[in-house]
Design a protein around this ligand. Structure first.
Ligand SMILES: Cc1cc2nc3c(=O)[nH]c(=O)nc-3n(C[C@H](O)[C@H](O)[C@H](O)COP(=O)(O)O)c2cc1C
Length: 187
């Protein structure tokens, strides 16, 4: 698939089947992640492919528990209206931890770029995806350290983002319509 086509057809998949992408597709997608540019080429991230169903189930349960307890209920209500699953039954995710600095440097930009590279590469391989910022809720409660350990976060790394991967339970999903009024040009 051409890059431009992948960019235009990528969309957020919110219901996955239990079919795993092939090891080859996962390797290609992970390579695209590791090829991401980063400020000063610091690469203050890791690319962790997770296909362990028990680990994903544990992260799902803890994330939903923490999201339900969060004072602002808007994200929780949105997830509940979409089936009540933080990870939408995805059989696979790529977790991207980042080494944070204080004050923050460009690590959040870097990690956003990694997530988009993952999503575009996945689309190119025919794999559906969802960039999942709410994955942070699996790490911000009492089991956060446990998950960091089970996922092998290096010392000093925190959750940046996760990207869910798999195959859409219902085909035909579409991305948001690009808003061309956002574009201007000054000559
Ligand atoms: C940084 C980031 C975090 C996101 N986190 C979530 C999330 O936790 N859960 C979710 O359902 N969608 C999440 N999304 C998906 C957005 O809601 C989605 O990209 C947006 O609605 C546009 O739809 P599209 O991706 O289908 O074009 C996230 C997207 C980005 C870029």
């Amino acid at each position: 698939m051409e890059t431009f086509q992948a960019i235009l057809t990528r969309y957020s998949c919110r219901q996955f089947t239990d079919q795993l992408p092939s090891e080859r597709d996962l390797a290609i997608i992970a390579l695209a992640a590791a090829a991401s540019p980063s400020g000063m080429n610091r690469q203050l991230w890791r690319v962790i492919i997770v296909t362990n169903p028990q680990l994903i189930a544990d992260m799902e349960a803890e994330g939903m528990k923490n999201l339900a307890a969060f004072p602002d209920k808007s994200a929780y209500d949105r997830i509940m209206s979409r089936g009540g699953k933080l990870y939408y039954n995805a059989p696979c995710m790529i977790v991207v931890p980042i080494k944070t600095s204080n004050p923050p440097g460009g690590e959040y930009f870097d990690c956003g770029i990694v997530s988009e590279n993952i999503a575009i590469a996945a689309t190119g391989q025919g794999v559906n995806s969802l960039i999942c910022g709410l994955a942070a809720f699996s790490f911000n409660g009492e089991r956060g350290e446990e998950f960091k350990q089970r996922l092998g976060f290096p010392e000093g790394y925190e959750i940046g983002i996760a990207v869910l991967l798999g195959y859409a339970a219902e085909p035909g999903g579409k991305p948001h319509e690009p808003d061309l009024t956002k574009i201007s040009q000054i000559k």
